[in-house]
Design a protein around this ligand. Structure first.
Ligand SMILES: *[C@@H]1O[C@H](CO)[C@@H](O)[C@H](O)[C@H]1NC(C)=O
Length: 248
């Protein structure tokens, strides 16, 4: 009788704990909370060996907090995963109509192995239609903004412009053309820079691209994601505050 009750109480405690935060373990499992969808996106795991989990900590107002824990080995130049949040509200505005795209991105590594190869980044998707799924046939452009890139990793393509001053930092711009969309990646100009507390108007990056790279202002922002791309190593990273608001 005693052990039965004890087991029941332990089971109830476990249920309560799950209610306080949500753990995602599957390859493409996601959870929606507040204005965001958190996805434990492990799209590249065929190129590696390891595992990863993501935990939704909380949402409050237009902010979300989450963490991810991973360990990945093999093929050091291949991305294994992009644990990310997708905004369900910051989308569907034409570039010409955007008045601001305010964002906050505060993060830190709780633990990181030596030689960790990973970035912390935005992944933003433009297309000709008002709405479209990220990384799909409706995508015309992928815009990445890296707040950190460790271990000597590089964006896809090649460097096309260096030393661009935007949002209070200096960036290099990389470009790649794939069969389906063009990717522009802004990375910190100084190797090894990690911007751990970022507050900016993302529209300054969009305006740079329409003014200098020929992206049409008729394009729509279809999706804004933020997260971390893991190449190799072991880490636990906490995104303590992320928010993005698209106005226009
Ligand atoms: C992820 O969760 C699974 C199942 O609970 C566990 O076996 C694995 O060790 C976890 N991976 C990491 C990197 O924490």
């Amino acid at each position: 009788m005693f052990s039965y009750l004890k087991g029941l109480l332990l089971a109830l405690a476990a249920v309560q704990f799950v209610g306080a935060s949500t753990l995602l373990t599957g390859q493409y499992t996601c959870v929606t909370s507040g204005n965001y969808e958190l996805c434990n996106n492990q799209w590249g795991i065929a190129n590696g060996v390891g595992s990863q989990n993501a935990t939704l900590i909380s949402t409050s107002g237009n902010s979300i907090s989450w963490l991810t824990t991973y360990t990945w080995a093999n093929n050091p130049n291949d991305v294994k995963t992009y644990t990310n949040v997708l905004s369900n509200t910051a989308k569907g505005v034409q570039l010409s109509a955007i008045t601001s795209a305010e964002t906050t991105y505060d993060w830190y590594y709780n633990t990181q192995s030596s030689g960790l190869r990973a970035d912390v980044s935005y992944d933003i998707w433009f297309g000709t239609a008002e709405s479209g799924t990220a990384a799909s046939s409706s995508s015309s452009y992928e815009i990445m903004v890296w707040l950190s890139g460790l271990g000597g990793i590089q964006p896809v393509g090649s460097s096309i412009v260096t030393g661009i001053s935007l949002a209070g930092y200096t960036w290099d711009l990389w470009k790649a053309t794939t069969e389906t969309w063009e990717t522009y990646s802004f990375i910190p100009h100084t190797t090894g820079t990690s911007i751990t507390s970022f507050s900016a108007d993302l529209n300054v990056f969009f305006k740079y691209l329409t003014a200098n790279e020929g992206i049409s202002t008729a394009q729509y922002v279809q999706a804004i994601q933020s997260g971390t791309e893991a190449f190799t190593g072991t880490a636990e990273i906490t995104i303590s505050t992320f928010s993005v608001t698209l106005s226009g």
